[in-house]
Design a protein around this ligand. Structure first.
Ligand code: SF4
Length: 243
């Protein structure tokens, strides 16, 4: 089985595991998605969503966030951790955007190609390839494959990729995931990574992908978790489906 065939098999099995869950390509405002994704770095989607809602409720618009004292922005988002660098990066990005384009809007990227958008947005501090990929998928409905920590871990355990960083996993998979399947695979791998293929103590005994997996310790984890009887917990909340 080549990697493309394996990806399609993984997709089919995960769709069965997470029956009924659908992810539609987003049409949210690109600046909202960019800021929500910046907030979501190194934290859970639930806490970063709280921080995003705080910003929306405490400030009239992104202009007010840009002009507010830094401490007010930091306090509004402290629930999601790393509030100091996140507040600084968001305010700096807003100021640079306003200076360059005269307004706080990312509508100008809608006409750009994907490569141009990666170049345009990664120039801001705190905005990496994954963040831009999320804007492309969840705002512009482009067929790209964001790789976060869950997607990176699961892809490597399944030997879909062989890399040490999400950035390299993205490079290895971006042209291999069959067209039209990237958003579905992204969200399913996140849900699967949270529920079963967890970073610590994966529930290999409950895994629908067990036969496809090449993780060396899968037998060990299947054994101990069967013995202890750990049950998987659902966590289907993905911030960018709610922005
Ligand atoms: S067998 Fe274990 S490590 Fe492999 S994909 Fe399933 S949960 Fe993850």
């Amino acid at each position: 089985m080549d990697r493309k065939e394996k990806i399609l098999k993984v997709l089919a099995l995960l769709k069965k595991e997470f029956k009924g869950l659908k992810t539609e390509p987003g049409k949210s405002d690109p600046l909202d998605v960019l800021i929500a994704t910046m907030l979501s770095q190194n934290t859970t989607d639930k806490t970063s969503y709280k921080a995003f809602v705080n910003l929306k409720e405490r400030f009239k618009d992104w202009y007010e966030v840009m002009e507010a004292p830094y401490t007010k922005v930091r306090d509004a988002i402290k629930v999601c951790g790393l509030a100091n660098p996140k507040a600084r990066n968001i305010q700096r990005m807003l100021k640079e955007l306003k200076k360059e384009h005269g307004k706080l809007s990312l509508n100008h990227i809608k006409k750009m190609g994907n490569d141009e958008i990666y170049e345009e947005l990664t120039k801001y501090n705190g905005v990496g390839v994954k963040t831009v990929s999320c804007v492309l998928v969840f705002s512009l409905a482009r067929d790209v494959f964001p790789v976060d920590t869950h997607v990176h871990r699961v892809s490597n355990r399944l030997s879909l990729a062989h890399s040490k960083t999400p950035e390299k996993t993205f490079e290895q998979l971006k042209d291999i995931v069959p067209e039209g399947n990237k958003l579905a695979l992204h969200t399913l791998l996140i849900r699967f990574g949270r529920k079963i293929c967890r970073a610590k103590n994966p529930l290999c005994n409950k895994c629908p992908l067990y036969d496809l997996c090449e993780f060396e310790e899968k037998e060990y984890y299947a054994g101990i978790n069967k013995e202890i009887g750990v049950e998987p917990k659902e966590n289907n909340f993905i911030i960018l489906e709610h922005v």
